[in-house]
Design a protein around this ligand. Structure first.
Ligand SMILES: Nc1ncnc2c1ncn2[C@@H]1O[C@H](COP(=O)(O)OP(=O)(O)O)[C@@H](O)[C@H]1O
Ligand SMILES: [Mg+2]
Length: 264
């Protein structure tokens, strides 16, 4: 059954309506060309996260997905906030790829407790992002994707923490690390990246750019047509379920037949 009307971002190609061109661009930039940074731009709810999740799945590369949207309401973002988010995602990755732990254990500011990886965020003992990226680069044989979703929130970073120099370091030195940076507030995102500012660590670096436009009227109509079809299907299944339930009052044999109907 189609799940087009689910409110969460989609993560499988069959659930993604249209966007073939944008999807093939992301796959080309991140996968075939191996660009260090690919930007995915577009208004809120236009489908950026869905596109990124589907692209990662299609690429089949390990990934770290930092969702910065949760800091939207905050006045500033501390190193602790960022590092704890990263820690959670790195633990997701190590549970899928336990071999990664061996690449992380000798980094200062990293401790391993059983199969949990812990990052220190306090004072001078805090883990360095560049060392973490070095380790990921050494570990990933075919590449690893790091997503900063709604990256304009990183403008709020405070407390001597700035992601830009680390992005620039990885851009210049770590061939296997590929960033996907998304933003819905483009002005703010470009203000954060400062690509045209000669003082910025990222000055002059070329990046892949994929822009998502809102659907045209025809696309929207087609989308709704498909959604309504999936709703009709859901309704059909619901009615079959109810028929089965009603039949159960009569006898368990009829319920079994009703249930069989649902699956066919
Ligand atoms: N191409 C698409 N096909 C199906 N559903 C989509 C598509 N684009 C967006 N959506 C749906 O719209 C909503 C917003 O998408 P999302 O990927 O979260 O957008 P963004 O990250 O740009 O805010 C989600 O419910 C998502 O499932
Ligand atoms: Mg999103």
């Amino acid at each position: 059954m189609e799940v087009l009307f689910d409110l969460r971002p989609k993560d499988t190609k069959s659930d993604l309506f249209d966007r073939e061109i944008e999807l093939s661009k992301v796959i080309e930039y991140v996968g075939r060309l191996g660009l260090p940074i690919t930007l995915v731009l577009g208004f809120r709810r236009v489908g950026k996260s869905s596109l990124i999740l589907v692209a990662i799945r299609e690429l089949g590369l390990p990934s770290i997905y930092i969702d910065l949207r949760k800091f939207e309401e905050r006045q500033y973002l501390s190193y602790r906030d960022f590092v704890l988010e990263l820690q959670r995602e790195v633990n997701n990755l190590t549970s899928r790829f336990p071999g990664l732990i061996d690449f992380l254990r000798n980094i200062s500011g990293v401790s391993i407790m059983g199969n949990q990886v812990l990052f220190s965020w306090k004072g001078s003992g805090r883990v360095s992002l560049a060392s973490l990226l070095d380790a990921l680069n050494d570990w990933a044989s075919n590449g690893v994707v790091i997503v900063f979703d709604e990256a304009q929130e990183l403008v709020k970073a405070r407390g001597g923490f700035n992601v830009l120099p680390v992005l620039a370091y990885a851009y210049d030195n770590l061939r296997r690390i590929r960033f996907i940076v998304s933003g819905s507030k483009m002005g703010l995102l470009y203000r954060f990246l400062r690509i045209r500012d000669p003082e910025s660590p990222l000055f002059g670096r070329a990046m892949g750019v994929v822009e998502l436009s809102p659907f045209t009227r025809d696309q929207a109509v087609e989308f709704l047509r498909r959604v309504s079809r999936s709703w009709v299907l859901s309704l059909g299944i619901l009615m079959l379920c109810m028929r089965g339930l009603a039949a159960s009052q009569v006898g368990s044999r009829t319920l079994a037949l009703g249930t069989m109907n649902i699956g066919t």
